[in-house]
Design a protein around this ligand. Structure first.
Ligand SMILES: *Cc1c(COP(=O)(O)O)cnc(C)c1O
Length: 362
């Protein structure tokens, strides 16, 4: 291998993303609560639309995504011309970094923020800047203080993963208005649908020229395996992102399943209500067993243990009981485990197992 063949600067600093574990050796009945997936999967109408797409496999997909963008626009009350669709919201995050951040530019995100912000910033050659949070919550003052002339993008997930906490829209607007003129605020709304009455920041992204929102079909819509996300924001930014988007980035099956999913808001509402009910139950059941958590607004609970050793030991015990949750040391939270809100049986199993674990350690 010759020393002359080298990747772009920054790329070798990227740590490979580790997905949530999906299997446990020797167990076929393991319950996966490690990737914030919807335990009920996609709606029937969504599955039917996906199945119908089998008849069109020989045709190239539509390139402008007009039909999906119109459906999203109708459901959310947004202008379809200001929407872009991608291979998960991960691809939209990637487009934003590629288009707006390069060498010598800074990309800000919060201390316990989503790992893709760092990965996409480094892939673009930009400098990732991690900003401290306050009590596992986005701190607007700290973000504003961290801005410089080099800041091009500021990512916050609201609600955030893996903390589950969120800040109010007045605070988000204060952040947007305080940014330097060359910076864009990206509101990652992957869990927005889980918050009743919250628009994910859509109204702010309609009104302010420096606010962009990303959304996904991977969480409440139960389509993590299909990879569809979208972004909404100022027309000028959409125009820029469309220039680097592959013309056939989404397949016909992705486009048609996503359209059926977003039009089925009755199903989405049922998933939201069931998640809210079980999330409260799970957080309370864990607290009663000596494991506190911050109030989560999403479809997971960040369970807090005495220290990293106890969190690791609990994860080991849960695995022995066929329960897969997520270690979050990589997010700067070594004393915590992130537990997705599963169906009722899964919630009961995980609460019971955590209780047994705590009992044994007395
Ligand atoms: C799960 C998640 C996403 C979704 O990513 P996709 O690429 O759309 O599957 C985005 N942001 C955050 C914070 C997430 O937790």
């Amino acid at each position: 291998m010759t020393d002359s063949i080298r990747p772009q600067p920054g790329i070798m600093k990227i740590a490979l993303y580790q997905g949530g574990a999906a299997h446990l050796a020797g167990r076929s009945d393991a319950v996966k609560l490690s990737s914030n997936e919807n335990p009920f999967g996609p709606s029937e109408k969504t599955k039917e639309a996906f199945a119908r797409a089998v008849h069109k496999l020989h045709r190239y997909p539509n390139t402008d995504h007009a039909s999906l963008r119109e459906a999203i626009g109708e459901v959310h009350g947004l202008d379809p011309d200001r929407i872009i669709c991608g291979v998960g919201s991960d691809e939209i995050i990637h487009f934003l970094c590629q288009a707006y951040a390069g060498p010598r530019d800074e990309v800000l995100f919060t201390e316990h923020g989503f790992l893709m912000y760092r990965i996409s910033a480094l892939a673009a050659g930009a400098t990732p800047v991690e900003v401290r949070e306050r009590e596992r919550t986005t701190d607007v003052d700290a973000l504003l203080a961290a801005c410089t002339k080099k800041t091009r993008l500021v990512f916050i997930a609201n609600p955030n993963n893996p903390t589950g906490t969120m800040i109010g829209l007045a605070e988000v607007e204060r952040l947007a208005r305080g940014l330097p003129p060359q910076a864009v605020l990206v509101l990652d709304g992957a869990y927005a649908e889980y918050v009743a009455g919250y628009d994910g920041g859509a109204e702010l992204a309609t009104r302010l020229p420096n606010v962009f929102m990303t959304r996904t079909f991977s969480k409440i819509y139960g389509l993590g395996g299909l990879r569809i996300g979208w972004g909404y924001g100022p027309r000028a930014i959409i125009d820029v992102l469309n220039r680097i988007r592959g013309p056939f980035n989404l397949s016909t099956a992705q486009l048609e399943a996503a359209e059926a999913a977003v039009r089925d808001q009755e199903y989405t509402e049922r998933c939201r209500a069931e998640n809210a009910r079980l999330r409260v139950w799970l957080a309370q059941a864990l607290a009663e067993r000596g494991v506190p958590s911050d109030t989560s607004m999403a479809n997971f609970v960040l369970a807090r243990f005495a220290d990293a050793t106890e969190a690791l030991a609990c994860d080991g015990y849960l695995q022995s009981q066929g329960l897969i949750v997520r270690q979050v040391a990589g997010y700067g939270l070594p004393n915590c485990l992130r537990i997705t809100v599963g169906d009722e049986a899964a919630c009961r199993r995980v609460a019971h197992a955590v209780g047994q674990f705590k009992e044994q350690r007395r």
